[in-house]
Ligand binder design. Structure first.
Ligand code: FAD
Length: 316
């Protein structure tokens, strides 16, 4: 059993942190420091994204290795089909296993930088479902496999909600264990989507994607990029403080924190116990969110974590 499966089975509230490979050596050093510090916040695992087109994919594997071996945290490696012939998929999976990673988020991937249309590689896969099947065939139950879900609908889809739901179910039927969702800020949309997911006969754990609000500019850019629906009361609360980063974080923490409380509130019966936190490689917003939710572990609980350990890569 992987750690995620165990946390879900126990039904306790758990959280994970998503990071992306930085572009510079200095960025990488900073990120190692940050992940080491954030390990004190008790994430169940750390997710490392996969760059569409594979430009920084070597770094994804490297980050997975370092987080697993030096920080001592469970990892989830994202893997996409974008520009990935099967032999590259094979290498990525072999390395993930070698590096002790037990979880893969299997995705189709974004189009590579500079393209707006997604095109399959001639020797690769067209849909995430095929990648899920391939991983299961090659590795049996070694990896827990997660797939992406879109409470607001997949941005490219012209096929309607019902067909999208069938395709999500097909990914689970192909062998996926979990659904990680795209970020959202409208609880009502998420709640309705969860009900539809369950009505479609999908019973696996759903892990909602939550992005803390860290700066007004960052919030605007992310919601524009993913075309996220932002409720009016978010704008009403954030707009008056938009030039004061500290206030934006405080107001944003309450807005996102209250939404998270609704999500994990058992009385609402969504049956959800995990939060997938999109950190944007920043620390403060995630820390404030967990404090607001009173979820950050006490010193007692994290005593076992190797938080005094120094990572060798930053000394290079
Ligand atoms: P799929 O499930 O394959 O779906 C893609 C599209 O194809 C959908 O519109 C679907 O309806 C359609 N489709 C599926 N099956 C069929 C079929 N049989 N016939 C016709 N159409 C079909 N991207 C990255 O590049 N790197 C990352 O690390 C990354 N991490 C992410 C993490 C999360 C939690 C999420 C939610 C997204 C992430 N993404 C990442 C983005 C993701 O790769 C894109 O949103 C991508 O467009 C969709 O991926 P998918 O796995 O849902 O694709």
């Amino acid at each position: 059993t992987t750690k995620i499966a165990k946390a879900e089975a126990e039904g306790r509230i758990w959280w994970s942190f998503e990071f992306f490979p930085p572009r510079t050596a200095q960025g990488l050093t900073n990120l190692y420091d940050r992940i080491e510090r954030m390990s004190q916040l008790g994430p169940e695992f750390v997710d490392i994204t996969w760059n569409a087109g594979g430009r920084t994919s070597d770094l994804t594997a490297q980050l997975v290795k370092t987080v697993h071996s030096y920080v001592g945290l469970e990892t989830c490696m994202h893997l996409t089909c974008t520009n990935m012939p099967r032999d590259k998929v094979d290498t990525a999976l072999r390395e993930a296993k070698e590096f002790g990673c037990r979880n893969i988020l299997a995705l189709r991937g974004d189009p590579p930088a500079g393209s707006s249309e997604w095109e399959p590689h001639a020797a690769g896969f067209t849909y995430a479902k095929e990648l899920v099947e391939y991983i299961r065939k090659g590795y049996g139950d070694y990896f827990a496999i997660a797939v992406a879900g879109f409470p607001e609908g997949h941005p490219e889809s012209k096929d309607g909600r019902e067909l999208e739901m069938e395709r999500l179910k097909a990914k689970i039927d192909a062998g996926a264990d979990f659904i990680f969702t795209q970020m959202f800020y409208d609880f009502g949309i998420f709640e309705r989507w969860v009900k539809d997911v369950r009505a479609a006969g999908i019973t696996c754990p759903i892990v909602p994607g939550v992005m803390p609000i860290q700066t007004y500019g960052g919030f605007q850019r992310a919601t524009a990029r993913f075309r996220t629906i932002v409720p009016q009361y978010f704008h009403d609360a954030l707009d008056p403080v938009k030039d004061d980063d500290q206030k934006v974080r405080e107001v944003g923490t309450k807005l996102v924190g209250d939404m998270c409380r609704k999500i994990v509130d058992r009385n609402r019966g969504l049956g959800i116990s995990g939060l997938h936190i999109y950190t944007m490689n920043l620390e403060r917003g995630s820390r404030m969110l967990l404090e607001y939710l009173e979820l950050e572990p006490s010193v007692q609980q994290v005593k076992h974590l190797p938080w005094t350990l120094s990572l060798t890569p930053k000394r290079r």
